[in-house]
Design a protein around this ligand. Structure first.
Ligand code: CP3
Length: 347
């Protein structure tokens, strides 16, 4: 079926739930590792339009998927705003000059659109032509809070002490940073639409490290503002990735009827039954298969996925995905298995 994803978001009947995987383009694929080994660093790859096109299309050449996500990284935006970034194999990203005070924020410059991101935007343009309107391309950005976490901590962290120190001792400075990010993210997402992205996604990977009563103020409100502004420009569907904030969202759904985002990508912490019950019918549900289930054998995967489908298959606006990205050491065959299970599922 053509464009299963967008049909499902419009509430139209689809033959089976649309399927895609977060981090479907990446190291678990032999063909990605092959391309990667021939080129320079991860960052070099991120700046090559040819590589972006090739890596984005690899999963759709191998699997019958209903969406592609542009191969890029949320940390390119702070990099282009002036923070020196390195990705160290096995250790992840490092900012060599992390943000610690207002002077550091003042040194960040606004992105020059479309010039600074032209390598991604040109790639988006080529990918969309290749896809021929059969499946949509998902564009994305990190949330201001999640980007700020990396920019202030400088690296992957366990206790988030630098960013929380800023939050508790210099709140206005943190808001200045978040506001600056918000503005640049809005511009970046609008450019992605201009070049052909049909759906946009905001990754708020670290929203869940905030105490729940601060989540709204320091993360959610910024995300909502971004969505409002971008939708004024063009009304494309928005997915928010909610890692660790289900409790907040369920309360929000109880009290709020005018919801501006279209899809929530749920992590694996809640049972699908409760997600279906607590999410309003006009909001699409995406997720929430534990990515580690993909390590198991065929029988277990099949039982687990079938149990999950039982709880959500008949819900209008359900999109299959994992609760987080595919891990690099997963066997590519397990994705194919899951796709077949969904396609063959009978209620
Ligand atoms: O299929 C896709 O989803 C492709 C595009 C994509 C990447 N990063 C490529 C990538 C997307 C959507 C992201 C988002 C991203 N990047 C997030 C939000 C989603 C999440 O996973 O929580 C975050 C927090 C980052 C920051 C980041 N990038 C980290 C912490 C790391 C190191 C850890 C890791 O997964 O390796 C990266 C590197 C990264 N981003 C790789 C890829 C394919 C691995 C780089 C390599 O090839 O060595």
């Amino acid at each position: 079926m053509k464009d299963r994803f967008l049909c499902s978001l419009k509430g139209q009947k689809v033959d089976h739930p649309p399927i895609w995987f977060m981090r479907q383009a990446g190291r678990f694929l032999f063909e990605y590792r092959f391309l990667r080994s021939k080129s320079g660093s991860f960052l070099d790859l991120c700046f090559s339009s040819d590589f972006i096109v090739a890596a984005t299309l690899q999963p759709i050449k191998r699997y019958d998927l209903d969406a592609v996500i542009v191969f890029s990284d949320i940390l390119l935006l702070p990099f282009l705003m002036g923070l020196k970034l390195e990705f160290v194999d096995g250790l992840g990203p490092f900012f060599l000059n992390p943000i610690r005070n207002v002077d550091d924020i003042n040194k960040l410059h606004d992105i020059c659109f479309v010039k600074d991101f032209i390598f991604v935007l040109n790639a988006i343009n080529i990918i969309v032509k290749e896809l021929n309107d059969d499946v949509p391309l998902i564009g994305f950005s990190g949330s201001p809070w999640t980007l700020a976490v990396y920019m202030v901590e400088g690296k992957i962290t366990k206790n988030f002490s630098f960013i929380k120190k800023l939050l508790y001792s210099n709140t206005n400075v943190l808001h200045t940073l978040l506001k600056k990010l918000e503005k640049n993210i809005i511009n970046y997402l609008c450019c992605q639409i201009d070049y052909g992205a049909k759906i946009l996604m905001i990754f708020d990977t670290w929203g869940g490290v905030l105490p729940i009563f601060y989540y709204k103020l320091f993360s959610f409100d910024y995300i909502i503002n971004i969505i409002k502004e971008v939708k004024l420009y063009k009304n494309v569907p928005f997915i928010i990735f909610s890692k660790g904030i289900n409790r907040f969202l369920f309360d929000f759904f109880k009290n709020e009827s005018n919801i501006i985002f279209d899809v929530v990508s749920f992590d694996d912490s809640d049972d699908m039954f409760s997600i279906v019950n607590k999410t309003p019918v006009n909001i699409a549900i995406q997720g929430n298969l534990d990515p580690c289930v993909l390590y198991s054998d065929d029988l277990f995967i099949s039982k687990y996925v079938n149990d999950m489908l039982k709880k959500c298959y008949n819900r209008n606006k359900y999109i299959f995905n994992l609760g987080h990205g595919v891990y690099p050491d997963v066997n590519p065959y397990s994705l194919e298995l899951i796709i077949n299970i969904i396609k063959m599922y009978k209620n």
